[in-house]
Ligand binder design. Structure first.
Ligand SMILES: [Zn+2]
Length: 556
């Protein structure tokens, strides 16, 4: 709302292209990408009077490519462009983590808003809202853009307005002045199963951005290029498959195409290049499907549904869900939520004692945490205390308000559920009690399950996340897939977080970054650092050890 009108009044030209022009662009796009192969150099040019940003950011948002894959590929030489443009030329976090759950819509909302799922309230690709008798599923052509309405926190695009921003292919684009969706072309490709062609289309869409920039007379301050291909291939073929590696190689090639073009247009002098991902990917074995519906219905004797009902009048949906006492949201893959109806209906969840009774009443082998493949089960004991259970025993998480924000503690009880006590330094850290979220990230960076302690209590306090969160062990998933994510394992939690650009020393590393740090970091680089902010949970990496030399002209 504000972004568009503000830019209009400043630029005095219409942003929305006429329909005939749009159609022409689409046809031209089809012809351009119709050619086979990975695509050659981009042949489009900025006019001499098209202003470059001062400074600007190009975000390469790579769906489903974890830090481990990037590190291996750069070391072994099969990701030459990422290695050249980021590893050798820029700064990177040695340990960066996504939010919990590490599921695309939740994680991208976190990257683009700086708020975690406990604040922006998008808790996955699919979630049930008991208050609205509504089961959200973004993974449909009708609903993928509803993320823009569901996400409560302001996006980076809204924050930098009236500075212009453009988003290519990402569902979450609220506040971007131009959204290059290419849904017709990419939809057809998706139907044909040609997932990596969509990544090529993302890179090729640069010509539309250039066209727009020439029309407006300025290059966007933020451009987001979203690449969905590797994630889809990973789900289908698995994280260690040749197909997945090929998809990541192809992604690297497309990133190279965009960077090379930015260089030819002289944009790199004032542009920060940022490479991040929403989550990694782990293999799931063919026998590794955990059937939560069967457990809840057959072994617990409850009336459960998993119907993703998001259409129709509310009363009708309400009537449907009122026939059940349990909703199972397992469709996200390696993380799942259970929702129980309270004594007075769905809008009032059962109290913690009752949730615990539901979980502990079944016989040993039908208890959720004893199922083969279940890594961890979490539910609230009160709003500042969570119970963690696994086959290893039970433990608790605690939250309190500290001088600099919330602090968290982990207390093993009958078992060391997170397996943090095996490392002496970490055991001492755990025993010392409460710590900030950032200190937990740092202390658990080398662990099998990083980042868990500060994540679960805020998540479970969101009504859309239900009463119980369940995470699978590597090799397992709650749906049939060969690769997945959304669990707590480091291979799916660790993400690349790399920045190259003016004033950033090459080869610099900083120890820890969190996905909530991206927005504060970008605002800082753009000279728009906010004082205090109710949404931002992270901090600017410039305050966490990232050294940036002389700011480019126009910066602060
Ligand atoms: Zn995915």
């Amino acid at each position: 709302m504000g972004a568009r009108s503000a830019l209009h009044s400043g630029a005095g030209t219409a942003i929305n292209l006429p329909r005939a022009v749009r159609f022409g662009l689409l046809v031209a796009g089809l012809l351009l990408i119709g050619a086979c192969g990975a695509g050659g150099p981009l042949h489009v040019y900025l006019h001499d009077d098209t202003r470059p940003p001062s400074p600007g950011v190009v975000i390469f948002l790579c769906d489903g490519v974890g830090a481990g894959t990037i590190e291996t590929g750069c070391r072994e030489g099969w990701l030459p462009n990422i290695n050249r443009r980021f590893v050798l030329a820029g700064a990177r976090a040695e340990h960066a983590v996504t939010c919990v759950p590490g599921i695309t819509y939740a994680a991208i909302a976190t990257l683009l808003t700086g708020a975690g799922p406990g604040r922006h309230m998008v808790v996955g690709n699919r979630w049930f809202d008991p208050d609205q008798a509504f089961f959200r599923d973004y993974v449909t052509i009708e609903s993928y853009c509803d993320i823009n309405a569901d996400c409560l926190a302001p996006t980076i695009y809204e924050r930098i307005a009236p500075a212009p921003s453009v988003s290519i292919q990402a569902a979450h684009h609220r506040g971007a002045i131009q959204n290059v969706a290419n849904w017709a072309v990419s939809g057809v490709m998706w139907l044909l199963g040609d997932y990596t062609a969509v990544d090529k289309l993302t890179a090729t869409s640069i010509w539309q951005v250039a066209w727009w920039a020439n029309y407006e007379g300025e290059w966007p301050t933020i451009l987001t290029c979203y690449f969905p291909g590797a994630d889809s291939v990973g789900h289908k073929s698995g994280a260690s498959s040749a197909a997945y590696r090929k998809a990541v190689e192809h992604l690297d090639y497309q990133i190279g195409r965009v960077c090379d073009w930015l260089e030819t247009q002289g944009l790199l002098e004032t542009t920060y290049l940022v490479l991040v991902a929403d989550h990694g990917m782990v293999d799931v074995h063919p026998e590794g499907v955990i059937d939560l519906m069967k457990l809840v219905r057959r072994d617990w004797g409850r009336r459960a549904t998993d119907l993703m009902l998001q259409a129709g009048p509310r009363a009708w949906r309400q009537a449907y869900f009122d026939r059940f006492d349990t909703v199972v949201a397992h469709h996200n893959g390696r993380g799942a939520f259970l929702y129980f109806r309270g004594p007075n209906g769905w809008t009032q969840p059962p109290p913690p004692e009752e949730v615990e009774a539901i979980l502990t009443t079944p016989p040993f082998e039908a208890q959720l945490w004893n199922l083969p493949g279940v890594d961890l089960v979490a539910y609230l004991a009160d709003e500042d205390q969570a119970v963690l259970r696994s086959a290893r025993g039970s433990a608790r998480l605690f939250r309190r308000m500290g001088p600099a924000g919330p602090e968290y503690a982990y207390e093993p009880q009958s078992g060391d559920v997170l397996e943090y006590m095996q490392t002496p330094e970490l055991a001492a850290f755990v025993s010392a009690g409460y710590h900030t979220a950032r200190d937990w990230s740092q202390a658990t960076a080398e662990q099998t399950r990083p980042e868990v302690v500060p994540a679960l209590i805020p998540l479970l306090n969101v009504h859309r996340a239900g009463q119980v969160a369940v995470f699978a062990e590597p090799g397992y998933s709650f749906v049939t897939e060969n690769g997945g994510h959304g669990g707590l394992h480091r291979e799916e939690m660790r993400i690349p977080f790399m920045i190259a650009g003016p004033g950033i020393p090459a080869g610099q590393t900083i120890p820890v970054a969190r996905s909530v740090d991206l927005v504060p970091t970008l605002l800082d680089l753009l000279g728009q650092k906010p004082d205090e902010d109710q949404w931002l949970e992270g901090l600017s990496l410039l305050d966490a050890g990232l050294a940036v030399g002389a700011a480019p002209s126009g910066g602060e």
